[in-house]
Structures are given as structure tokens and as C-alpha cells.
Design a protein around this ligand. Structure first.
Ligand code: IDC
Length: 341
């Protein structure tokens, strides 16, 4: 009787400490006041998964900006601090579009990238610097600009453990292949970054809007360390089929990072798919895959976390009243208010 009581108690203690440990790893700031970057430091890839400086696997979670040319007003210290304190975000993504009025025509957008990086450094958060290839399809098109941009970022900020380079959001188009376009582009940009920054994580986009991770896995980048591969999904459009591709890539040995996902259809609209999102959350947690949700805007699209026209000034400090259904749901996930198995 006594023995079995001790056993039950021990099992309970082990169970609660495991759950607590899992939740603790997801804290932006822990109970001792340490930020995620103070705890995890220089990230590294070990055994094909993201690890902290001591070699423990870590899953980072956070929010993405919308295109800086449209909603750059949210890429500031007030919003980033709010995302850390109220949303429990460990990472922020700063999305620098090239086309659609982005960086190629408006070079001053890089100052918004600097502002978000500096805010993340100040707040002890990781920052994903996203070269948002989209309507321009082939990363080779603006390769020279990418080389120039990432040299500047790596030289300026590469000594901080906070920086993660995302060198190609979503290559797309039938003629844009891993072997002929994306991999050669990546090798050149990576070599440039490594001149200034020997070790921070670099994430490479994959064919077909960063879904064909299995194709990249067949011919991975082997010359450099701390390289990861992008997987993107939208819960209303992608499910088991894409998860199977992801599992195949993981099995083949490449580390994945979900640098962008949405609760909606891949149009960024079309409703919020909560059940499908939770299936993805379980898959990502089980496989220790970090993620960043799309996105911070008030334009009224379903994937935007703010209601139409809420927080016009870009101050952060949102009430639940300012948040869209997607915003309310993703905030709950980030705050560990929804149990992910
Ligand atoms: C969408 C935005 C939308 C904008 C559109 C075109 O949500 O407001 O009009 O881009 O630029 C992606 C892209 C991301 C898309 C998002 C939703 O990386 O830029 O944002 N999406 O369509 N890939 C799959 C979905």
C-alpha cells in the first residue's frame, strides 16, 4: 500500500516536472527573469535539430511582421516588447518583400529591418531576417542585392546570437528548381554571410512556396554548418500530405524551420482553421520544429492578428478587443493556454 503510494507520487512528480519543463522551454522570459536569448545563447544544429548553446533541443515560437512596405509601423520596439511580454513570443520575423513595392524599389525599408533587429536584441528575442522572395519567384533574380544586403546585416549584427538569416522566403514557379536555382543561390549567399558570421543559423527556402522540403533533402547543402530548411503551411490548405513530405525530409536528415504559417487558407484569408492548426502544432512540437505565425496587420484579412483598423498607430498594448479571431487563438497557443500534446 505504502509502496504503491510512493510510486504514484513519484510518477506524478516526474510527470509534472516534465510538463513544467516543456512549458518553461517556451517562455520568452523565465521565472528568474532570464530572456530566451540569455538562456539559449548561440543556437546550433545537432543531430538535425535546433539546439541551444548547451546542445539541448529547443523549439522557438513567435510572430511575423506583414510586408514591411505596408505594415512596417508594427516593426518597432513597443510592439516587439508587447509581443514578448503579453504574447510570450521568443522570436520575431521581419519580412522584407522584394517586389510589390518592397526593397527593390524602396531601399529605405532596410532601416525598418535594422529597427526590428535592434528591438529584438534589446528585448532578448531571436530575430528572423526574412528576404521575402515571392512574386519575383526565382531567388537568382535579385541575388546580387541579396549578397549586398546580407553582407551588411551579417557585418553589423552577426556577432549577436539573436540573428537568424532567412535568405529566401518562398521560391516558386515550375522552372525554379532546387538544383539549378535555389541551391546555387543559397551557396553563394551563405558563403557571403559566413565571411562575417561564422555560426548563426541560416535558413534556406525550398521549392514550390517552401513546401518541397523532400526535394531539398535529396541534395542538401553540406559544406556549411548550422543550415536549416524552410517549411511553410496554411492550416486551411495543407495537412497530412505536407506533413508526410516534412517527415520524409526529417528522416532524410535535414532540419526544418516553419518560418511562416497561417491559421487560414494560403490566400491569407478564408476563415480560421483551429482544429487543423492544432494538428500542425502537435506535429511541430513532437518534431521539435520552431515556428513563426503570419502576421501582424490590421488590414482585415483573416490571418492578420488585429481587427480591421485596430491599433492604427502601431503602439502594441492591445486589448483582446483589438484582436481578430486568429490573433486571439494564436496568442493563446503562444501563452501556453492551449495544451499541445
Ligand atoms: C500575403 C498577405 C496579403 C498580401 C499578399 C501579397 O497576407 O495581405 O496581399 O501576401 O503580397 C505566403 C507569403 C505571404 C503571403 C501569405 C498569405 O509568404 O507573403 O502574404 N502566404 O497569402 N505564402 C503562402 C501564403
Amino acid at each position: 500500500m505504502k509502496k504503491s503510494f510512493v510510486f504514484v507520487l513519484a510518477a506524478f512528480l516526474v510527470f509534472t516536472s516534465c510538463t513544467a519543463k516543456n512549458k518553461d522551454t517556451h517562455l520568452a522570459v523565465d521565472k528568474n527573469g532570464k530572456t530566451v536569448v540569455e538562456r539559449y545563447g548561440n543556437l546550433q544544429i545537432l543531430k538535425n535539430t535546433l539546439c541551444d548553446q548547451n546542445g539541448n533541443p529547443v523549439q522557438l515560437r513567435g510572430m511575423s511582421s506583414h510586408g514591411l512596405q505596408w505594415y512596417g509601423k508594427y516593426a518597432n520596439n513597443n510592439v516587439i516588447r508587447w509581443l514578448r511580454e503579453d504574447w510570450n513570443c521568443q522570436i520575431f520575423r521581419t519580412a522584407l518583400y522584394l517586389g510589390e513595392g518592397g526593397f527593390i524599389n524602396n531601399g529605405s525599408l532596410k532601416f525598418l529591418v535594422f529597427e526590428s533587429i535592434e528591438s529584438c536584441i534589446k528585448n532578448g528575442m531571436y530575430v528572423l531576417v526574412d528576404w521575402h522572395v515571392l512574386s519575383d519567384k526565382d531567388p537568382m533574380l535579385y541575388k546580387n542585392r541579396a549578397v549586398e544586403f546580407f553582407s551588411e546585416i551579417a557585418e553589423k549584427y552577426g556577432s549577436y546570437p539573436n540573428i537568424i538569416y532567412e535568405i529566401c522566403n518562398e521560391p516558386n514557379g515550375r522552372n525554379v528548381t532546387w538544383d539549378n536555382n535555389i541551391k546555387p543561390y543559397a551557396e553563394e549567399v551563405i558563403a557571403t554571410i559566413r565571411k562575417y558570421d561564422p555560426d548563426n543559423i541560416i535558413i534556406v527556402g525550398t521549392p514550390n512556396w517552401s513546401q518541397d522540403v523532400d526535394v531539398a533533402a535529396k541534395n542538401p547543402i553540406t559544406e556549411q554548418k548550422n543550415i536549416m530548411y524552410t517549411l511553410h503551411f496554411y492550416a486551411g490548405s495543407h495537412g497530412d500530405k505536407l506533413r508526410r513530405k516534412a517527415s520524409k525530409a526529417l528522416k532524410a536528415g535535414i532540419p526544418l524551420f516553419v518560418t511562416e504559417w497561417g491559421t487560414t487558407k494560403d490566400s491569407g484569408d478564408g476563415g480560421v482553421f483551429e482544429k487543423e492548426t492544432l494538428e500542425w502544432m502537435e506535429f511541430l512540437q513532437k518534431n521539435n520544429i520552431s515556428w513563426v505565425n503570419w502576421s501582424i496587420n490590421n488590414k482585415g484579412e483573416d490571418s492578420g492578428i488585429l481587427k480591421y483598423n485596430a491599433d492604427k498607430s502601431g503602439d502594441g498594448n492591445w486589448n483582446e478587443d483589438d484582436l481578430s479571431p486568429s490573433g486571439i487563438f494564436v496568442r493563446k497557443i503562444l501563452r501556453n493556454e492551449i495544451d499541445i500534446k
